[in-house]
Design a protein around this ligand. Structure first.
Ligand code: AMP
Ligand code: MG
Length: 412
């Protein structure tokens, strides 16, 4: 049997294919509804940012060169508040004069610095400055954040709160975004029953479909949950074919070496091409990745992941591989895995050879981050996964890990 790809080899294969994926069609959304979606148009500054020389502190605006000897007694000749009329902010200042100014207010042309109110003492129409300033201090000059006409957001940018702020600031009450890709979720297994059904003594409820649908939704895509496929070739093939009409197909179960693991064969019957069938990871070793002719669209292909049915394998493999493909299908670049460093809270011994992703709890912030694995019964243990808040990553060449070691975690 050929050697299975390592975790990083498998991830590279997925990323390479992800680059070839086409973004979906475009739609126009109201600004608040665009959160989590991918921008399909360039966003440029419609005016200078900031649009005027903006005071960044409450205090007194003056010309820095006018403040030579300290403490300096200066006449307060006016007040400029945020939103002041242009006529109010247009004033000139002579030596020995200042205007009281507020954060966010336009600095008058006669001033080039703001002395913070904390460094002053006010006596009626006069103010005493205890500190000097240099020209430009506590002012952001017009157009220095972004000049009118310059690009602020590129197409392909995922829209988070920061990007929504830019859209709002540039007057976009609606925005052109890529449509959400549709992801088919096909759970397989004779023992798997729907969440609403009463399971027989040897049956289990379909948790994978719901975990996957949540992950898909979290990645800004739409999940289409198909009926559960039994371990029977004909019905399995029919449902796979249905799933291959979507932009991506995620299968759970049926990819191991068992006699009733029929997914690979069914995909093969439908003309699938496989890029890997298994990777040196745990959980998730039997994962398969490939593409097959797209149902109803001659000449096109739908990519698929055959995820091992054990719930933790399914969830971890989605994070490690499927998310990247989904991001490309959404019109953005695959993002880096969200990882953090933490100190291990315990000694551990594992077998080498596989990259492992173990349910764990990370606590503490910055340099104080610590991580502890959740006791688990293997990759079927959803109770353990639900207690964790991250996955401890154990590299394939580490047999012994010691309490206090710096380790990587995959964040959720
Ligand atoms: P398989 O990958 O089909 O060999 O399944 C591995 C394990 O995952 C078995 O214990 C299955 O019962 C379990 N499993 C498979 N599919 C699901 C599912 N949709 N939800 C929860 N557990 C599942
Ligand atoms: Mg099965």
């Amino acid at each position: 049997m050929p050697k299975l790809p390592s975790f990083s080899e498998a991830r590279s294969i997925v990323l390479e294919h992800a680059q070839k994926l086409q973004p979906p069609d475009i739609e126009i959304l109201e600004l608040p509804a665009s959160l989590g979606r991918v921008l399909a148009e360039p966003i440029s500054a419609d005016r200078d940012f900031p649009p005027f020389n903006r005071a960044t502190r409450d205090g007194y605006a003056l010309r820095a060169a006018h403040l030579s000897k300290l403490p300096a007694r200066v006449a307060v000749v006016g007040e400029i508040r945020a939103g002041a009329k242009p006529a109010e902010s247009a004033r000139a200042l002579n030596s020995g004069e200042a205007v009281e100014i507020m954060t966010g207010a336009p600095v008058p042309p006669g001033a080039d610095a703001v002395v913070m109110v904390e460094h002053t003492e006010r006596h009626g129409e006069w103010v005493t400055m205890q500190r000097s300033v240099v020209a430009g201090e506590n002012i952001v000059l017009r157009g220095t954040e972004c000049a009118a006409g310059n690009l602020l957001l590129k197409p392909g940018t995922r829209l988070g709160p920061e990007q929504l702020a830019v859209l709002a600031a540039t007057g976009h009450s609606t925005v052109r975004v890529f449509q959400r890709p549709r992801v088919a979720v096909l759970s397989t297994g004779d023992e798997v029953v729907d969440v609403a059904a009463a399971p027989g003594p040897n049956e289990i409820r379909n948790s994978n479909a719901y975990a996957l649908a949540a992950q898909i939704q979290g990645a800004g895509a739409a999940a289409a949950i198909l009926p559960i496929a039994p371990d029977e070739p004909e019905q399995l093939r029919k449902l796979i074919q249905e799933g291959l009409a979507c932009d991506l197909l995620l299968l759970s179960g049926g990819v191991s070496m068992g006699k009733h693991d029929l997914v690979e064969a069914a995909l093969g019957d439908l003309g699938a091409e496989f890029f890997f069938t298994g990777a040196q990871i745990q959980p998730g070793k039997p994962i398969v990745f490939g593409r097959a002719p797209r149902t109803g669209s001659p000449g096109q292909a739908t990519y698929f992941f055959g995820l091992p049915g054990n719930p933790i394998s399914t969830m971890v493999c989605f994070e490690l591989f499927a998310r990247a493909a989904l991001e490309s299908l959404s019109g953005s670049q695959p993002s880096r895995l969200r990882t953090a460093m933490a100190r291990l809270k315990q000694d551990m011994k594992v077998k080498t050879g596989l990259t492992r992703f173990l349910p764990a709890v990370i606590s503490g912030e910055f340099d104080e981050a610590e991580v502890e694995i959740v006791k688990w019964q293997g990759s079927g243990d959803i109770a353990a996964a639900a207690q964790g808040n991250c996955w401890l990553v154990v590299p394939p060449d580490r047999e012994i890990l010691k309490s206090g070691d710096a380790v990587n975690v995959l964040l959720r």
